[in-house]
Design a binder for this molecule. Structure first.
Ligand code: UT7
Length: 316
């Protein structure tokens, strides 16, 4: 939806657990190698949460980082949305309510949303719509995942791919001509079982090749949809911040659609796939590294379980 009023990201935070698990560490327990994992995915290592660290704890730490880096106060927050597939207590109560309690935020609307690895893009759009309608004014939007809890550590096809972490942004109105310009959300439910957490084993299963082919198309089509709808060309865009699933997906998409691969911000090497958390973690890093500058047009693109996909066009 195109934005009738400017709503922007005013602050960003992230948190990744301190424990680093390298590809070589994984090769001690499953039949894999650093060479295979890095050449097939771009991943070198991932962060793994402590057993007692829940999805809400990762999110709370991301919010504390946001508050520490900005002059924003938790009393200002009247909306909390957590995109996650790994909610504390199966999402009942919602992780967002637990985050509100742990942060001491009282009375804010708080709920979780599930859209797989596209969750952050969906959550951002829900928050934007609610700010436009007046039902929130300052929303904390999280992607937070403790995927280590739902990974089958004996399955080399999936266990090497995922990591834990959380990122969040503060979304609010501005009088300045910047912020979210447009966004698009999609789902292809026919592919829902290609990437799923199964009820019997409570672990992730994935048809890797099918999801790979979908991902290449989903990124390319989302970028083109948002460009076309807004009379822009790829040259108008400074950064594409994709969900971090596999560097080969980005390379294949760049080749097929003619995008410059260096436009894509990638940090998968260090964190692996953190699902809904990957885009806000990348944003926090980009801000920290001084890569986000006023006036830049940036695209976020998510894809994943559902099969969902979508994107956000934003002017920084
Ligand atoms: O975040 C949600 C979105 N998720 C994605 O976008 C993931 C999309 N899929 C992918 O990124 C890739 O399909 C994978 C990285 C999951 C797999 O890469 P691939 O090049 O498609 O490999 P493959 O599944 O076709 O497997 C090739 C071979 C197989 O052996 P055989 O059957 O040819 O003998 C696998 O058993 O590689 C084997 N293999 C491994 N070998 C060493 C699979 N995983 C591993 C491993 N270490 N960890």
């Amino acid at each position: 939806m195109k934005s009738p009023q400017p709503i922007y990201i005013s602050a960003i935070g992230c948190y990744v657990p301190t424990k680093i698990v390298s590809n070589n560490d994984l090769a001690q327990s499953v039949d894999t190698s650093d060479e295979w994992i890095h050449s097939h995915t771009g991943i070198r290592e991932r962060r793994i949460a402590k057993p007692e660290e829940q999805c809400s704890d990762l999110a709370v730490n991301a919010a504390l980082d946001l508050f520490a880096k900005s002059n924003r106060k938790r009393e200002e927050i009247d909306g909390i949305i957590v995109a996650t597939a790994t909610a504390d207590h199966y999402g009942f109560p919602s992780t967002a309510c637990i985050v509100a309690e742990k942060l001491g935020i009282k009375g804010a609307a708080a709920f979780d949303i599930g859209a797989g690895c596209t969750g952050f893009i969906y959550a951002l759009e829900i928050a934007r719509g609610m700010i436009m309608s007046g039902s929130m004014t300052k929303a904390l939007v999280f992607g937070s995942e403790k995927l280590s809890e739902v990974v089958n550590w004996k399955d080399r096809n999936t266990c090497v791919l995922f990591g834990d972490g959380a990122g969040c942004v503060l979304l609010e109105r501005t009088e300045e001509p910047k912020g979210i310009i447009d966004s698009t959300l999609h789902a292809e439910g026919a592919g829902s079982l290609a990437l799923a957490i199964t009820k019997d084993t409570k672990t992730i299963t994935m048809e890797g090749r099918a999801v790979y082919a979908f991902a290449v198309r989903a990124i390319g089509d989302t970028v083109l949809e948002l460009l076309t709808r807004n009379d822009l060309t790829i040259e108008d865009i400074t950064w594409i911040v994709p969900h971090q699933a596999n560097h080969r997906i980005i390379a294949a998409c760049s080749k097929r659609y003619g995008f410059d691969p260096t436009m894509f911000y990638l940090n998968i090497e260090r964190y692996a796939n953190t699902s809904a958390a990957s885009i806000p973690i990348a944003l926090a890093e980009m801000e920290e590294g001084g890569l986000l500058k006023s006036g830049q047009k940036i695209l976020f693109v998510g894809f994943g379980a559902g099969l969902t996909y979508g994107g956000t066009l934003i002017q920084w």
